[in-house]
Design a protein around this ligand. Structure first.
Ligand code: HEC
Ligand code: HEC
Length: 378
């Protein structure tokens, strides 16, 4: 995980006694998961989302402990060291951080919500730790809000943030948030990582592939129901001005000679099509896809440079992939992204060369994924 301070490697949590958590008692496990403190009293960086897990009741923690200790195979694998430089890597200031930003607390059900919506709230605030990516962070890397309180639109909860060079969009009821998503769309997305319009990519592809697709239908329904009733965040556009699609006809007739249109025809149209609708569940649409017209373009830049593969799931037979376009120049990326972000009925601010170069630098500096303890990093 890239943090503003350096890379942090997630640790071995198989029950291997030497390199994993095999020697943890239940009390040790609970303290690490809910409070971010290891048995030798080392505080953990909040890249581990214990500020969210703290609301989980002991019975859920006990169920996880039983699962880890009896069902997970022990693997011998030493942990990698973080690349956070001295003195920022000193762990003791983390104890103060934990006192300030990760206090002990319980889940509080909202009496105005149904039982199903409250179940969704619990899953999203706690075990799902959706806010770890979707809630903006403050100066001390703390999430600005850990829950939605009293329908307060000033509340930052799930209002969108950037993590690892990906824009985790707003999950509130705005035009650029989830306003264009139905309950069914959300359920299908959490179950399979695709709808007829979008495909999960980047960090969210991993969330679907390793997590939400294994949830029960009832829990998926609960999360979607909870998200659908969230109010829009402060100062966000609720609805776009109506806009006519002149892009499709121009692409079909070959009358748009702009650089962006030519790049689109040469590189993208074979999959995403002239009408920008892609092919349902095979290639995502670019028209009317809320991931494309997000105000912050980082996700669209990164997926275009790096490509991506749809998360695997139990319904679709094939996981389709998008090739990387990192051979295109910065100016070409700018042109093609401005074309898709404002083509068809999409409306979004212009992408700049500076923003594309920023993501190129970020990708060039990414640390390798597999590192072993004591090894140095590039
Ligand atoms: C590791 C970071 C991370 C976590 C944790 C995370 N998300 Fe996301 N999410 C993202 C990113 C990045 C995107 C944008 C990429 C995309 O649209 O697929 C995203 C997109 C989404 C979208 C919209 C997809 C689209 O195409 O517009 C929904 C809905 C969503 N997340 C819901 C959730 C829920 C609910 C949870 C908790 C169960 C969650 N996310 C947890 C990073 C994360
Ligand atoms: C070979 C087919 C193919 C081509 C060519 C292609 N894409 Fe994609 N595109 C995909 C697939 C498949 C995904 C889903 C990737 C994922 O889920 O990680 C995708 C996803 C995207 C997304 C994210 C939207 C979403 O909901 O997942 C953007 C933005 C995008 N493509 C832009 C482009 C641009 C710009 C070009 C041309 C420069 C292009 N694509 C060319 C197949 C393609």
């Amino acid at each position: 995980m890239e943090t503003p301070l350096g890379a942090i490697y997630s640790t071995n949590i198989t029950p291997d006694p030497e390199t994993g958590i095999g020697n943890y008692s239940f009390a040790d496990f609970k303290r690490a998961v809910k409070h971010g403190v290891t048995p030798d009293n080392r505080p953990l960086y909040p890249a581990m989302p214990y500020p969210s897990y703290v609301i989980m009741p002991d019975e859920d923690i006990a169920a996880m402990y039983a699962y880890f200790m009896s069902d997970v195979k022990p693997v011998v694998h030493k942990n990698g060291d973080s690349t956070i430089p001295w003195p920022l890597d000193m762990r003791w200031p983390m104890s103060w951080w934990q006192l300030l930003f990760a206090p002990d607390r319980d889940f509080v059900a909202d009496p105005k919500l149904s039982e199903l919506e409250n179940r969704g709230a619990y899953l999203i605030e706690g075990p799902g730790h959706c806010g770890a990516c979707h809630t903006p962070r403050g100066l001390a890397y703390e999430e600005k809000s850990m829950a939605m309180k009293d329908h307060d639109v000033n509340n930052a909860f799930l209002s969108g943030a950037v993590i690892d060079g990906w824009r985790a969009k707003s999950l509130r009821a705005e035009a650029r948030g989830l306003a264009s998503w139905s309950q069914d769309d959300l359920e299908m997305f959490f179950k399979t990582g695709r709808t007829d319009v979008v495909a999960a990519f980047g960090a969210m592809g991993e969330v679907v592939e390793h997590s939400t697709r294994y949830m029960t239908n009832e829990d998926i329904r609960a999360m979607a129901a909870y998200l659908k009733q969230l109010p829009p965040a402060k100062d966000k556009i609720l609805e776009f001005e109506p806009k006519e699609d002149i892009t499709t006809a121009a692409l079909q007739a070959g009358t748009d000679h702009s650089r962006g249109a030519l790049l689109y025809v040469e590189n993208c149209m074979v999959c995403h099509r002239a009408d920008g609708q892609g092919i349902p569940r095979i290639f995502p649409a670019l028209a009317g896809n809320s991931a494309i017209f997000a105000k912050n373009p980082q996700s669209t830049i990164q997926v275009t440079l790096e490509g991506g593969k749809m998360p695997s799931n139990d319904i679709d037979v094939m996981d389709f992939a998008m090739p990387a376009f990192n051979h295109l120049s910065t100016d070409d990326i700018v042109e093609v992204l401005n074309f898709i972000r404002n083509g068809w009925t999409n409306q979004a601010p212009k992408v700049t060369a500076k923003e594309v170069d920023h993501i190129k630098d970020f990708l060039a500096g990414k640390s390798p994924h597999l590192v072993h303890a004591g090894e140095t990093h590039e």
